[in-house]
Design a protein around this ligand. Structure first.
Ligand SMILES: *Cc1c(COP(=O)(O)O)cnc(C)c1O
Length: 218
């Protein structure tokens, strides 16, 4: 689907929800997409992209960044503590902060650089222990722990379990953000970004709807 169609759908969802247009950021998720498709979206003027692997992003984004001004990269996949340095070299935002060890590593790096990426705490709203994310019961304490490390937390992020109705997860995430005074909500993908916007999403992560089906699994 053309980028402009996705932008129109976001606009419509904002209008329906009585929200300002600029309150929703579209992250174009370019993981495993052929470079030609990514370049086409850059050529259309879009500048905000999401990748889920540090190594893959290192392979393609330095070149795109050199050729297109103003690119902002969001890491939306798991981050290992030993990849914090290269991740902060490349990414402007990290959506997957979910454990103290990682928070401490990021805090050390942020102190050294004097600059902090936008940070989202990933919450396992479906309480799936085998997946990434802080358990809902631990979110408030984890936010405080991060803030205690002088990390500025932008908001919360979730990936609802595939087999469940996403709306209840979006609503839960919004509630947790609100009670912690966090303004950012990273939620909604190709199949459900409109309902995420209705429930307050500030960052929607849309991949296949923009670029087409991924040619190989992510
Ligand atoms: C791949 C991915 C997306 C985009 O998924 P689509 O269904 O292609 O829109 C969004 N968020 C995360 C965390 C992802 O890994």
């Amino acid at each position: 689907m053309p980028l402009t169609d996705i932008q129109t759908r976001i606009e419509t969802a904002c209008n329906k929800a009585g929200r300002k247009l600029g309150s929703v950021h579209l992250i174009a998720v370019s993981k495993v997409q052929p470079n030609a498709r990514v370049e086409a979206v850059l050529a259309e003027g879009h500048r905000v992209f999401g990748e889920n692997r540090v190594q893959e992003a290192q392979g393609k984004w330095p070149d795109f960044k050199a050729r297109f001004e103003g690119v902002k990269l969001h890491l939306i996949g798991p981050l290992q503590s030993n990849k914090v340095k290269p991740a902060l070299d490349l990414f402007d935002a990290i959506h997957t902060l979910d454990r103290e060890k990682l928070a401490r590593r990021i805090a050390t790096e942020v102190q050294a650089r004097g600059a902090c990426p936008e940070l989202f705490i990933q919450v396992s709203t479906g309480e799936e222990p085998q997946k990434a994310g802080v358990m809902p019961a631990d979110v408030d304490a984890f936010i405080k722990a991060c803030q205690g490390l002088d990390l500025k937390i932008k908001g919360l992020m979730c990936i609802p379990p595939v087999e469940e109705e996403p709306s209840m997860h979006f609503a839960l995430l919004a509630k947790m953000a609100k009670r912690n005074d966090l303004g950012g909500l990273s939620m909604g993908m190709s199949s459900d970004f409109e309902s995420a916007i209705a429930l307050g999403a500030t960052h929607v992560r849309v991949g296949s709807a923009i670029f087409g089906e991924r040619v190989k699994p992510a």
